[in-house]
Design a protein. Structure first.
Length: 561
């Protein structure tokens, strides 16, 4: 016997009616000579939607659903009514280019439902999100730990409100800022999407959600960052600003095609994170004095080396702030400008328009600068101009990608710089890494009586024993304990909170000057500069272990011991 399931039958009839309505609208669109579109399949751009107020849009049975520059995509129930034509003329008078699309009643209702999103969401015109101080203050109070962030974002993900996508994005960014994350990663897999924060240099998973939510978030982020929604097979870069409380946060956005969609990375550029005083970077007093003497000189090169994310820019800007004065002109050439600093002239390279580090450096030299900062020396021409600038009365700061301070000299020689000129131009070369600091609330003393810790103890003693003139760096009479990470609520269970720099450096003295004429290897440079008494990366790392600032495991993760 056939059983009649009424609910299922009604649902099927409803679906058939919707399909037939879409088919009928498409037929009429062809008749009127305009395009047809089903808005249930694409995201609505709320910045475009706000161009026509809700009351007028509903009256005219139309809605602006997308906007690229001055070109508007407008959905209409019919192109014939007078109200539609009047609104179209009004938009054209405002210098908009209007393209009409015929849509079903369901599509229009979807568009109109997003007006609720506008009433909640902040304005994002020209890549700016404006957040009220009250909203930001309330959220920062709620997000103190990683679990707080997980709970508040998960709640928004499961919300059924029309504005939930905007809410999810805002909460992800708020949480990242509150937890002092440097980057937000949104990555897809076959079944779902995960959000990870880079906390103190380590990626940590925060939440996961479904692919439908991901696609809406992707569209929203692209719109806000000024990226093209319809381009999915090429990488894109953009940026937007979050205006909140008394400062602006720059969000640098990158999308990259992957196997299941596009990977999104948002770098949070907080001006306060670059405002770290030189004295707070973790350098020893002895080395700090050497560095301060180097930047007091009117000319020469200060080179900082290390991998991406090792804090080179933070150190260089801390040095620039030390010499910042109304009596000198400082010009920087960066890729890109991440932090705007008052009193410094900053310029950003643009490869597409032929404005490179080299052309930027040459242009900067015509600005009568006293101090130059070149974001990175990548080629022989830039190296040559930078070195010559240091020889002609300029103090030049720059970075180089090498693994050690000694490695910078062979690199310059490989770039074709005359060793005699190089030894005259360079004042000091620094190399650095960033390591996580132990959480002061939960760290515990290492038990070296345990067999598993004996090799660590031997390694620490060996490297510590290689340090000459230890009294410059450590009080011999003080008792020091070595700690390891545990994990607690204060540090989100990881055992670390914050980061500190591990640093080494080489000064160019008469002995090194003579050695450079022979085009020495990196090992020869290290052997011939030991008399300078400056710690190596290994030695500085071991001292930070002995002082209880970090752990053996953390140092060995970053530096080959």
């Amino acid at each position: 016997m056939i059983q009649f399931k009424e609910a299922k039958h009604i649902q099927r009839l409803k679906k058939l009616r919707q399909q037939s309505e879409e088919t009928m609208v498409e037929v009429y669109a062809n008749k009127y000579g305009i395009k047809y579109i089903d808005l249930s399949l694409i995201p609505i751009n709320t910045d475009a939607l706000r161009i026509i107020p809700e009351d007028r849009a509903r009256l005219a049975k139309m809605a602006v659903f997308d906007m690229i520059g001055r070109k508007l995509s407008v959905a209409v129930a019919s192109p014939l009514p007078d109200l539609v034509q009047e609104e179209t003329v009004r938009l054209k008078d405002k210098k908009y280019k209007v393209e009409l699309f015929m849509v079903s009643k369901k599509s229009l209702e979807k568009s109109w439902s997003r007006y609720g999103d506008i009433s909640y969401a902040v304005k994002t015109e020209k890549g700016v999100i404006d957040i009220s101080s009250a909203d930001m203050g309330d959220l920062l109070k709620q997000i103190e730990t990683l679990n707080d962030a997980k709970n508040i974002i998960t709640e928004a993900i499961h919300s059924v409100k029309a504005y939930r996508i905007s809410k999810i994005i805002e909460l992800i960014l708020y949480s990242a800022y509150a937890l002092e994350a440097s980057d937000v990663h949104i990555e897809t897999s076959k079944k779902n999407t995960r959000v990870r924060f880079r906390l103190d240099g380590i990626l940590t998973t925060v939440v996961t959600f479904d692919l439908e939510t991901y696609h809406r978030i992707l569209s929203r982020i692209k719109l806000t960052a000024g990226l093209k929604i319809n381009i999915r097979n090429n990488a894109q870069d953009g940026r937007f600003t979050i205006k909140m409380m008394e400062k602006d946060l720059e969000i640098r956005t990158s999308t990259l095609p992957d196997a299941y969609g596009e990977s999104i990375v948002m770098r949070i550029l907080d001006p306060s994170s670059i405002a770290v005083p030189l004295e707070d970077l973790g350098m020893s007093k002895y080395f700090l004095e050497i560095l301060l003497n180097s930047i007091k000189k009117p000319n020469g090169m200060i080179i900082n080396t290390g991998p991406t994310g090792s804090g080179k820019s933070t150190t260089l800007f801390a040095l620039l702030k030390k010499i910042l004065s109304p009596t000198i002109k400082i010009v920087t050439i960066e890729d890109p400008i991440e932090y705007h600093i008052k009193g410094i002239t900053q310029t950003q390279i643009n490869k597409e328009k032929g404005y490179t580090f080299l052309t930027g450096l040459r242009a900067a030299l015509r600005q009568d600068p006293d101090v130059l900062m070149v974001g990175e020396i990548r080629d022989s021409e830039t190296a040559s101009v930078a070195v010559n600038s240091a020889l002609t009365g300029h103090l030049v700061f720059s970075t180089l990608h090498t693994n050690s301070a000694a490695g910078a000299f062979p690199r310059f020689l490989d770039l074709g710089i005359d060793p005699k000129i190089l030894s005259t131009a360079i004042e000091i070369v620094i190399a650095q890494r960033l390591v996580r600091k132990l959480c002061p609330h939960c760290k515990k003393v290492v038990d070296f009586t345990m067999k598993k810790n004996q090799k660590k103890e031997d390694k620490i003693k060996k490297i510590f024993g290689s340090i000459e003139n230890k009294e410059k760096y450590i009080d011999k009479n003080q008792k020091y304990d070595i700690y390891e990470a545990v994990g607690c609520d204060k540090c989100n269970g990881v055992g670390f909170k914050g980061r500190v720099a591990v640093v080494e450096a080489i000064l160019v003295d008469k002995q090194l000057e003579e050695l450079l004429k022979t085009k020495p290897t990196e090992r020869e440079i290290v052997a011939n500069t030991r008399h300078q008494g400056i710690l190596t990366l290994k030695q500085d790392g071991i001292l930070k272990i002995i002082k209880g600032e970090t752990s053996y495991g953390e140092i060995s993760r970053v530096i080959e011991l």
